[in-house]
Design a protein. Structure first.
Length: 475
């Protein structure tokens, strides 16, 4: 069923308002997670009464589920300071399950608001024989972290991850947990010693810890089931995530199968390491060689796919051999016509987390209001917060353009206890002329002065780094 247009495009904003108060058990589940996360701050080696109560609260939250008995035992042992690795894994599983239930409840509300069906999850493809000893070593290090707690970390403890990561990286089947461990260890190393920290990213480190812990369980990192996609790909927009040493672009699109079956939402991603001197539009130079789709996105074109590998979760495993540029395709026409009838991709089990929610939506006819530097769209009488902080500097889209827009393609997310809209593209008026402005408008190149300057700076920076690397290799 497609929801009626209430002045907000094809979305029922009333179902998103005050979701935290209306979804049964949401606050209780998040409170139980927070209580357990506080136990990880001081560590499980000698938990104080308040931390022991947090462990018990986690166990009570999963009572009546298949995890109940194992987590109750794990919480009891951990409260006594005698938790084994198996007990620590059980606690990580309980925490992940609770956040998964929150994710599912929030996503169900989103599905009701958009009126789009969601695809069914399929089982992962059986993986190869993973190195059990390497996984056990990773699990041991993560267990030691949990016992020490974030306040107890030091360089000696954190450095224990280096050897494990080095053993994992050569194995493609272990690259996913290796990457998480490597990044997590780097964050911890930059924060040592933990006892001196004034502020600890409690939820973030607990998320990284629990995810890494579950990926050490044999079979958890198996590749998702894959098939092939043949048909037309219609880009909607691109989400750019930038860090000091890396950048990722994820294109959200509608895929129309050549056999005439139901269109579905898919994603295509590219990541690249980057020097901290490459910023703004210069990021596209690092990403373009890995994803030709970016050029099509910047040019406003579709792409024709032939036997492109795709996971059951809607992720295209991009290969230029299976794609060629297609006809012009306007993203807003796609959002108005194709998006409402597309099937949303299911979520992989270990990806079920509120922070991973990013659902493409289309809005129009809203009223934009700015208050205390915060932007809100009033959609059919209901407020929807707009997350302008997520707009990348690598494109022409600006908060001002969003604030003066009349239509918006965006990603619906959950953050700070509310649904928020991340703009990907808007229709607005510039000098009395209607224009579309995309966050990925410079992905294929640009003539914009600021964009050209950033591209040139990136070219110079990359050339210098390559020369330096070449000199090192020649020595």
């Amino acid at each position: 069923m497609v929801p009626a247009d209430q002045g907000g495009g094809l979305m029922r904003a009333d179902l998103l308002a005050e979701a935290a108060e209306e979804i049964d058990g949401l606050d209780e589940a998040l409170d139980a997670v927070d209580a357990f996360d506080q136990a990880l701050v001081t560590g499980l080696l000698r938990p104080q009464p308040a931390q022991a109560a947090g462990l018990t609260r986690l166990a009570h939250a999963v009572a009546g589920t298949p995890l109940s008995a194992r987590v109750a035992e794990a919480a009891e042992k951990a409260a006594a300071g005698s938790a084994s690795e198996d007990h620590v894994v059980a606690l990580a599983a309980a925490r992940t399950a609770l956040l998964g239930s929150v994710h599912d409840a929030l996503l169900t509300r989103v599905d009701e608001a958009t009126g789009r069906p969601r695809g069914e999850q399929t089982a992962s493809a059986p993986g190869g024989q993973q190195a059990a000893n390497v996984l056990a070593a990773a699990r041991s290090w993560l267990s030691d972290l949990a016992r020490a707690g974030w306040q107890g970390i030091d360089h000696e403890l954190v450095s224990g991850a280096a050897q494990v990561v080095s053993a994992m990286l050569p194995d493609p089947a272990l690259r996913r947990p290796a990457t998480i461990l490597d990044g997590f260890a780097a964050e911890l190393a930059a924060s040592c010693p933990g006892v001196t920290l004034e502020r600890i990213p409690v939820r973030r480190w607990a998320d990284l810890w629990s995810r890494a812990m579950l990926l050490t369980v044999p079979g958890a990192a198996d590749a998702p089931a894959t098939g092939t996609a043949t048909g037309r790909l219609l880009p909607l927009g691109v989400d750019v995530q930038e860090h000091a040493t890396a950048v990722q672009a994820q294109v959200h699109a509608v895929f129309e199968p050549a056999d005439g079956s139901t269109p579905r939402l898919v994603r295509a991603s590219a990541s690249a390491p980057k020097p901290d001197t490459v910023v703004g539009a210069g990021l596209w130079q690092l990403l373009r060689p890995h994803l030709s789709l970016l050029a099509a996105l910047g040019d406003g074109r579709s792409m024709d796919l032939t036997d492109m590998p795709v996971t059951a979760d809607g992720d295209l495993i991009w290969s230029d051999e299976h794609a060629r540029a297609g006809e012009p395709a306007d993203a807003f026409a796609t959002a108005r016509v194709a998006l409402p009838t597309a099937t949303d991709a299911p979520t992989a089990p270990l990806d079920r987390h509120p922070a991973r929610i990013a659902v493409p939506v289309f809005l129009e006819g809203y009223a934009a209001q700015e208050d205390d530097e915060a932007l809100t769209f009033t959609v059919a009488g209901h407020p929807l917060a707009v997350d302008t902080d997520r707009i990348p500097a690598a494109g022409p889209l600006t908060p001002k353009a969003v604030a003066t827009s009349g239509a918006c393609i965006g990603l619906l997310r959950w953050d700070a206890g509310a649904y928020r809209l991340q703009p990907l593209a808007v229709e607005t008026t510039v000098r009395k002329k209607a224009v579309a402005i995309h966050a990925g408008g410079w992905a294929g190149g640009t003539t914009d002065k600021a964009g050209v300057k950033a591209e040139k700076a990136a070219t110079d920076a990359v050339a210098v780094l390559r020369e330096r690397a070449g000199r090192l290799l020649r020595k």
